[in-house]
Structures are given as structure tokens and as C-alpha cells.
Design a protein. Structure first.
Lengths: 341, 360
């Protein structure tokens, strides 16, 4: 009897399994092209006075930042704005390089590049220079001679951290007991955002770090870290999380423990990246601050192209974008719509 | 003389028991925490932000956060015992199952106003997806005889992309606050629901092991595949079944994980959890080459890992140094609970007892 029941369970499991082979294999195949294949979209046949632009970006599905970045570029570089744009996406350096070579052969005027890797770009950029293609880097810098590109438009993570720390200092709390939840150790965002806070804590007597741990950008890890501080009954009044996900995890721990947070409450909650849902938390005054990591480089790039087309030259090679920090007491629905990613 | 031999035998039996090292590890962690800060063990009664009573304290945190790992350890033990290998895709399949659950709940919409389907339907779909992933791995291992680690490498690499594809790369947020109850507290019940889910899973597997031949057959296949075949057990079925059961465990773990934050992040959800699940099996003193297993020891192993993590957070070990501390403790535990070392110690115990006998 037992055996028969077991056999039946196994038989039904086997049937499921057969269906499983089909299902899983199918989804692998259909998912794969979207992720790795380099897609090239023809925007429009080259018009007489359109500026030909080749844009090489990372996969828009990489993160909310990248999706917003791609949308912004598409909104700027189209026929209506006088551009004949072609897009290529890949998160692999070699695929990006071959896409760049394709664009150079096509005779584009400008090559816009967010490189997957910092190394390996010298020869293809020299090719571009020989063929009179001007290169503009956005979002990420590369290890190549600056003479090979016209400009590079990047975020200054250290400044993002500084803006946030300055905002916090402006809150005039009598004492700052900070839970510092760090991103993946060694990443540019982590180093920049940690650096400003570390310097402030070292300089001021009434700023203390209650706990400083990496949660690897992960909400659940952040939740555990805050939970452990609460369990230890260590008093704190600020949560400085280096991205929105981790701030969300931290807030979940506060909610479970009955600690109030937000504007005028016991704990100040700070996050980064300006995800739309995070800005909505600010609007509801559940969080206090969210720092922007600006994915909107298109207007900067277009300004540079206009200057170059007008015969002007670029004085500063590295252009650092304006990045805002939002305060829950002043944020508006308009901000959420415009800056939420 | 007789008494001495008896006490020696008892000592040997305790040291030789598979549960000895895991229990010792828990005791050491308890003592270290007691010495360092006895308030570690204080459990307090308080109200959460919704105004409902909750119990809080490090012990509750350990039980709460350790639940997913304990559930995964159940499946991983069976897979290890039957196939003599490990499934390294559990983290990625948690992403897949969790994503499928959100797809059903939110209907492919990133910010729905209301849930599109009851949670139970979403959970059953996630179970199905988890079991399908397990069946895929299981078929590769049992039918095509591929090394488990290589076979599961496929989903390990592709799983998170599949998860993103299921939801069109959106990150849906579940609008219903009740969904958070699966990891948090149901109003009125002061203990997190995840603890009850883990207990339920443990009870189910213990009943299955007690009242079916699953445990016996799994061990038989793991110890000697061909002789178990000669005795009328189908090793292909047993191996396949172990992976499907692990798939079910993955779906349950995915429910808790997704419920914790009511949303999902494909690239970081349950990251590296496969390593902790394998570690739980090893900490329990189970041979990673398959064969005999002790389910209680694996589950205890999972809670040891969580105990260790919580302790390290509590001691505020530096971010950079934390993995190193963990590694040292883990190496000590794994080496001391390895069957080879255990055998060596019981030999040593024998040598100690025999000269005494001669003197007497």
C-alpha cells in the first residue's frame, strides 16, 4: 500500500517533470536572445541634414537606472530632434566593441558609449578618430587616453554622498547615531557614498556610527542588520542606506519593532537612487531623504554635440552632472513624476 | 571496571553521534554570547507600527531569518543523499518561483492597484514552477547522468534572467499589505509566520520520512546505486524525486523571501543562499558524497548558520572582515564534523580506553 502511494507520487512527479523539461528549456531559449544578442534598431533612413549617432549602451534591463537612462536617450536622439540614431545594447565588452566597429563602418558622426568594461577600447577608438567619428562617453569612464574622446559625462558618487551628509547635518539633530548600511563593498557608489559619511563622523563629536555593515544592495540583509541593532537595544536615530532597496529593508525592521520613522518621527530614513516607489515613500513622509543618481545624460550629450557642430570646443573633458537630493518635507508629486526612475 | 567501560561507551556514543558537533556548535555560540552580552537572550514584548503585539529579540530574529535556510536544507539533504551532489541553482530558482508568484499576483503590472489573484493561487503556481525547475535539474541528473553541480549550473546562470523575463523586467510591488504576513506577523500572533511555515515543513518531512520508504530508498540509492537497483529500487526515480522535493522547498522559501519586502530584485534575492544550504548539510555532519543522512542535523545546521550570522551582526564585526570570520568558524565546524575526523576521534577514544583495561 505504502509502495503504491509512493509509486503514484513518483509517477505524477515524473509527468510534471516531463512537462518541466519542455517549459524550462523553452523559457531559457526565449530569454537568452533578449539578454545577450546585440540588437540594432534602424531609426530612419539617413536624411540630408540629420546628425548620425551610434549609441552603445548596457542592457536596459540591467536595473531601474539603466531603463530610465535608455528611455531618456531614446527621447532625445530621434528624428524629431535632428538625429539619425542607432542603438546597440550589450553587457559584454567584446560585443560592444564589434558594435562600435559596425557604427564606424557605417560612417556615424558621433559614437556615444557606456562601456561594459573599462579596458580594451584603445584600438577601436583610434579607428574612430582616424575615420573622423567623435566619441562621447556617458555614465561610465574607460581606461583610455583622453585625447581619444571628446567628453565624458558621469555621476560623482562622492558628491552624492556629500550632498546627503550636508542635508543630514542641516537637520540640526542634537546627536547623530547612525546605522550605516553599505552597498557592495568596493563599488564606486559604495565608496563615494560611504566616504562622505565617514569623514563627517570622524570630524564631528556628536556624530556616531552605531553600526556599519554591508548589505550588498540587498533589502533582506539590511533588514537583518537593523533588526540586530534593535535587538541589542542600541539607541539610534538615523538610517543611512546606500540605496533604496536597503532603506526599504531597514524600514521593514523598524515597522516590525514599532519604531516610528519619517518626517518629525524618531528615526530619519535616507536612501539613494530615486526609484519612483521610494520617492512616493518620501511624499507620504515615511522616509526623509533620497539622493539622486542621475541617469538623464541625454541633454548634456546633446549640448556637447551642438557645441561641436557649431565649431566650438569643449573646455572640460569630464562633465559631472547635477544631482539632486530630495527632502520629504519639500518634495512634490511633480518631482516624483519627473525624477522617479 | 565495569562502570568505567560503560561510561567510556557512553562517551563514545555521544561523541560519535552525528548530532554531537552541531549541538556542540550551538552550545559554544550560546556560551560566547552569554559571556559577551547576556541580553542577547532577552525576548521582549512590544507593539509593532500597526499596533499589534510582537515578540522581539535576537532569538526570535534567528528563528525568523533562519526559516528559509532550514526549509532549503530539507530538500538539499535529500538531493545530497540521493545523488551524491548538490544543487547550486536554489538561489536562482527562488528568483524564478518568486517572479512567477508576483506575475500571478500583480498580473504583469508593476504597480497594480489591487492583487489580481488570490495569494494561494499565486503560491500554487510558484510551487509548480519550483517543481518544474527541480524536475529539469532532476531529469538532467537522473536520466542523463550529468554531474549535479554541472547540471544545476544551467539554472544557476540562466535562472535570474528567466526570472526577469517572466515579469518583463518590471519589479512589481504587491499592493496588499496582507501579503507581508507570510514573513512578518499576522495581527494578534506575536511570532513571525515564517517560523510557523518552517515548523510545518519540518513536521511534513519528518512524517514523510517516518511513514514512507523515502528515507530508506534515498539512502540506499546514495550508498550503492546498482545494488539498490538489484533490490528493486529505481534509482532514477529516487534521484529525480529528490530534486522535485527540493523544488517544492524552493517555492516555499521563495514565498517567505518575496513576502519579506513585498517585491523582488532579481539580481540580489536569495543571493548565495545555495552555498549556505549546502553548508547546512555539511555542518550537520552529512557526507556530501551521498548515502546516509540525518535530517535533524541538517536543519540544526541551517539554524547554526543563522545564529552565527546574527552573532556576527551583533558583535558589529567589520563589513570587510565578516566573511573571513564566518569562513574560519565554518572551516572548523565542517572539518570537525567530517566523517573522517569523527572516525579518527572514535579510534582515539578506543586507544585511550584499552590501556586502562590492561592496567586493571
Amino acid at each position: 500500500m505504502k509502495k503504491r502511494v509512493l509509486a503514484m507520487i513518483m509517477a505524477s512527479a515524473m509527468v510534471l517533470g516531463l512537462a518541466g523539461c519542455g517549459g524550462s528549456a523553452g523559457s531559457t531559449e526565449s530569454a537568452a536572445p533578449a539578454q545577450t544578442e546585440t540588437k540594432t534598431e534602424e531609426a530612419a533612413p539617413a536624411g540630408g541634414d540629420l546628425i548620425k549617432v551610434g549609441i552603445i549602451n548596457n542592457d536596459p534591463n540591467e536595473s531601474g537606472y539603466r531603463t530610465a537612462n535608455d528611455k531618456d536617450l531614446k527621447a532625445m536622439f530621434n528624428e524629431a530632434n535632428g538625429f539619425d540614431a542607432k542603438f546597440a545594447y550589450s553587457m559584454k565588452n567584446d560585443e560592444q566593441i564589434s558594435a562600435a566597429q559596425g557604427f564606424i563602418t557605417d560612417g556615424v558622426d558621433y559614437l556615444l558609449l557606456s562601456a561594459a568594461d573599462t579596458a580594451g577600447w584603445d584600438s577601436v577608438l583610434q579607428d574612430a578618430q582616424k575615420n573622423g567619428v567623435k566619441v562621447i562617453l556617458f555614465d561610465r569612464t574607460i581606461d583610455a587616453d583622453p585625447s581619444l574622446y571628446e567628453a565624458s559625462i558621469v555621476s560623482d558618487m562622492a558628491k552624492e554622498g556629500q550632498t546627503a551628509v550636508d542635508w543630514l547635518a542641516g537637520q540640526n539633530l542634537s546627536e547623530y547615531n547612525v546605522i550605516h548600511i553599505q552597498g557592495h563593498m568596493g563599488s564606486a557608489a559604495q565608496q563615494g557614498r560611504s566616504g562622505a559619511l565617514d569623514a563627517k563622523v570622524a570630524a564631528e563629536a556628536n556624530w556616531n556610527i552605531v553600526a556599519q555593515q554591508t548589505a550588498d544592495w540587498n533589502a533582506e540583509n539590511a533588514q537583518q542588520i537593523v533588526q540586530s541593532v534593535i535587538d541589542a537595544k542600541t539607541p539610534f536615530n538615523v538610517i543611512y542606506a546606500e540605496n533604496d532597496d536597503m532603506a526599504k529593508g531597514a524600514v521593514a525592521a523598524l515597522d516590525a519593532a514599532g519604531i516610528s520613522h519619517g518626517v518629525g518621527k524618531d528615526v530619519v530614513v535616507m536612501g539613494f537612487d530615486c526609484n519612483k516607489w521610494a520617492l512616493e515613500e518620501l511624499l507620504k513622509q515615511n522616509w526623509n531623504y533620497d539622493g539622486q543618481c542621475n541617469p538623464f545624460q541625454a541633454s548634456y550629450i546633446s549640448d556637447i554635440i551642438k557645441t561641436l557642430e557649431g565649431g566650438g570646443s569643449i573646455s572640460e573633458k569630464t562633465i559631472i552632472m547635477d544631482e539632486k537630493g530630495f527632502d520629504a518635507s519639500t518634495i512634490t508629486q511633480e518631482d516624483v513624476d519627473n525624477y522617479g526612475i | 571496571m565495569k562502570n568505567k567501560a560503560k561510561s567510556n561507551g557512553l562517551f563514545k556514543r555521544i561523541v560519535g553521534n552525528q548530532m554531537f558537533i552541531p549541538v556542540l556548535a550551538i552550545l559554544i555560540l550560546v556560551i560566547v554570547n552569554l559571556v559577551k552580552d547576556p541580553s542577547f537572550f532577552v525576548v521582549t514584548w512590544g507593539l509593532n507600527n500597526d499596533g499589534f503585539p510582537v515578540l522581539s529579540g535576537s532569538l526570535i530574529s534567528i528563528l525568523d531569518n533562519g526559516s528559509e535556510l532550514a526549509i532549503l536544507a530539507i530538500g538539499m539533504t535529500l538531493v545530497t543523499a540521493a545523488s551524491g551532489g548538490q544543487d547550486i541553482s536554489v538561489g536562482a530558482t527562488i528568483a524564478v518561483a518568486g517572479s512567477a508568484m508576483l506575475r500571478v499576483l500583480c498580473g504583469g503590472n508593476a504597480r497594480p492597484e489591487t492583487t489580481q489573484a488570490p495569494v494561494i493561487v499565486a503560491f500554487l503556481v510558484a510551487c509548480l514552477v519550483g517543481m518544474l525547475c527541480g524536475a529539469f535539474n532532476g531529469a538532467l541528473v537522473s536520466v542523463f547522468k550529468i554531474q549535479p553541480m554541472v547540471a544545476t549550473l544551467i539554472l544557476f546562470t540562466a535562472g535570474r534572467s528567466i526570472a526577469a523575463w517572466i515579469n518583463n523586467n518590471e519589479l512589481p510591488i504587491v499592493p496588499d499589505p496582507k501579503f507581508a504576513w507570510f514573513a512578518g506577523c499576522i495581527p494578534g500572533i506575536p511570532i513571525p509566520t515564517s517560523v510557523f511555515i518552517a515548523i510545518a515543513c519540518i513536521i511534513v518531512i519528518m512524517l514523510v520520512l517516518k511513514f514512507t520508504n523515502l528515507g530508506l530508498y534515498t539512502q540506499a540509492v546514495g550508498i550503492n546505486e546498482s545494488s539498490s537497483r538489484l533490490n528493486g529500487i529505481n534509482p532514477t526515480f529516487i534521484k529525480f524525486l529528490s530534486f522535485v522535493i527540493l523544488g517544492l522547498c524552493v517555492a516555499v522559501a521563495a514565498l517567505i523571501k518575496v513576502s519579506r519586502i513585498s517585491t523582488i530584485n532579481y539580481s540580489v534575492i536569495a543571493k548565495d543562499i545555495e552555498m549556505d544550504a549546502i553548508l547546512a548539510v555539511a555542518l550537520g555532519g552529512n557526507a556530501l558524497s551521498g548515502g546516509k543522512f540525518n535530517m535533524w542535523a541538517s536543519i540544526l545546521g541551517a539554524y547554526i548558520i543563522q545564529f552565527l550570522t546574527t552573532t556576527l551582526y551583533r558583535f558589529k564585526v567589520d563589513s570587510e572582515a565578516r566573511p573571513a570570520y564566518k569562513a574560519v568558524v565554518v572551516i572548523l565546524l565542517v572539518v570537525s564534523s567530517a566523517p573522517v575526523v569523527r572516525n579518527y576521534f572514535s579510534q582515539l577514544a578506543k586507544q585511550f580506553s584499552s590501556p586502562k583495561k590492561e592496567v586493571a
